[in-house]
Design a protein around this ligand. Structure first.
Ligand SMILES: Cc1cc2nc3c(=O)[nH]c(=O)nc-3n(C[C@H](O)[C@H](O)[C@H](O)COP(=O)(O)OP(=O)(O)OC[C@H]3O[C@@H](n4cnc5c(N)ncnc54)[C@H](O)[C@@H]3O)c2cc1C
Length: 417
């Protein structure tokens, strides 16, 4: 179809992607007096942010900044300055300014008092519209034409716009693609010489070769109390059993290291402590009491204090549980406290909470793409990863602010204006 080329009437900056990063960039730019057009492929903004709201919307974390920044591991360099300039405290004040007070939960995580994303998003969208930001929904960016125009698929057909003074891409990662961010921007930028790390699942579950018996008994059930160890880290948390494997908060916390180990070794051995509240010696003593006629399963529950699910897991071949009846109490206690579970592969990226990979630090000067003039990027499309706990949204918001400020300084705009 022939594509009509439209100029950008009075637009200084075009942003593509109306998630937390793109919306935050729009606010920063509009507040400085720039005309902003915000394009989004979905008919509504921030679908992933709204989905995060279903889990209570963990906006950020209250731990000291040094500990906070350490959560980004090798990707820290990409986002450190942005978070120092737009801190968790600044994010909480910004929420309060939109009428959403936040609080710190017992884990140190920060949530809006409403536990929802929708009131915040509604107030935010109204504020942006009041600042003159123009929203263009149902515009799916397709890259550039040979003439350098930016091209969108829209319900009315293909639409091209002359390139604006600055283009900010905030297209997200590749997890939960039905919410809008599906990573299809990668080949568009790679074709222009941008250095991109392939996407990988982050904060994800893992496949386990469960027996049919275990799947029938355990799928859909949470395993708790539980401590999980891998690579020298121990996490107190819980895990959800699924027909394909294991997922949930405790698993996500270790998932980057587990994923990397599987990439290197073909599998990873996760260690489970099914009685985290009891030391090995005490547990062995309890299991050493006379068992009389009790079955092993009943004994594990009554003397060992295991949940029915933990007792079933202990006897599962995938957790090396086939020799259980032969173990003396000391060895049985050790098995309960250090149960090895073989993980075969991460779950697919479309089930992951977030993704690793994206624009590499080497591709960027700050948040400006080195390979393409006047193009900037922010949010989860950059190559950093972090655990759940509010670190994902904080980095997305903060890099949105930082990329916008870089555009302002390139335009010679004073931030104080
Ligand atoms: C179930 C779930 C729960 C989560 N809970 C939390 C939480 O509690 N705390 C936390 O910190 N993080 C959480 N996250 C992660 C967090 O939501 C993301 O890290 C964050 O939304 C990333 O922001 P972003 O703006 O970079 O990208 P996104 O929010 O993904 O936004 C990108 C936008 O770009 C649009 N887009 C993509 N490609 C195109 C294109 N070609 N043309 C036009 N538009 C396009 C998409 O439609 C989308 O609206 C959760 C994620 C999931 C999936």
């Amino acid at each position: 179809m022939t594509t009509a080329v439209s100029p950008f009437p009075s637009a200084d900056v075009c942003i593509i992607g109306a998630g937390p990063a793109g919306l935050m960039a729009a606010e920063t730019l509009a507040a400085a007096g720039l005309a902003v057009q915000l394009f989004e492929r979905k008919p509504v903004p921030a679908r992933k942010f709204l989905m995060a709201g279903r889990g209570g919307l963990n906006l950020t974390h209250s731990e000291p900044l040094e500990a906070f920044l350490a959560r980004y591991g090798s990707g820290r360099g990409l986002i450190e300055q942005a978070i120092r300039d737009f801190t968790p405290e600044a994010l909480r004040s910004w929420c309060a300014g939109l009428g959403e007070e936040t609080f710190i939960g017992s884990s140190g995580r920060v949530f809006p008092k409403s536990f929802k994303a929708s009131p915040l998003l509604r107030a935010w969208q109204a504020r942006l519209a009041g600042m003159g930001v123009t929203f263009r929904f149902s515009h799916h960016w397709q890259g550039w034409s040979a003439q350098g125009d930016i091209i969108f698929d829209t319900p009315e057909g293909s639409q091209a716009y002359t390139a604006p003074a600055a283009l900010l891409l905030a297209l997200g990662g590749a997890s939960w693609p039905r919410l809008g961010a599906d990573g299809t921007w990668q080949p568009l930028l790679a074709a222009r010489g941008v250095d991109i790390a392939p996407f990988r699942p982050a904060n994800c579950g893992f496949q386990v070769a469960w027996s049919p018996y275990f799947i029938e008994k355990a799928a859909g059930q949470p395993l708790k109390p539980l401590a999980l160890s891998f690579g020298g880290r121990r996490i107190e948390g819980e895990a959800m059993m699924t027909a394909q494997g294991i997922e949930g908060g405790g698993i996500y916390a270790l998932s980057a290291a587990l994923r990397d180990a599987i990439e290197t070794d073909g599998h990873a051995i996760l260690t489970l402590d099914l009685r985290p509240g009891l030391d090995l010696k005490t547990l062995a003593q309890k299991l050493g009491a006379p068992r009389s006629a009790k079955s092993l399963g009943t004994w594990l529950r009554s003397a060992g204090g295991l949940s029915p699910l933990a007792a079933t897991l202990l006897r599962e071949p995938a957790a090396q549980g086939d020799d259980l009846a032969t173990l003396v109490p000391q060895a049985l206690a050790l098995r309960i406290k250090t149960l090895p579970l073989r993980l075969e592969a991460p779950f697919a990226i479309d089930r992951a909470i977030s993704s690793a990979g994206g624009l590499r630090a080497a591709a960027l000067d700050g948040y400006r793409l080195r390979a393409i003039p006047n193009v900037y990027a922010a949010g989860e499309m950059l190559d950093w990863e972090a655990p759940t706990g509010g670190y994902l949204l904080q980095a997305s918001f903060a890099t949105g602010v930082a990329a916008a400020r870089q555009i302002l300084s390139a335009c010679g705009k004073n931030l104080a204006n």
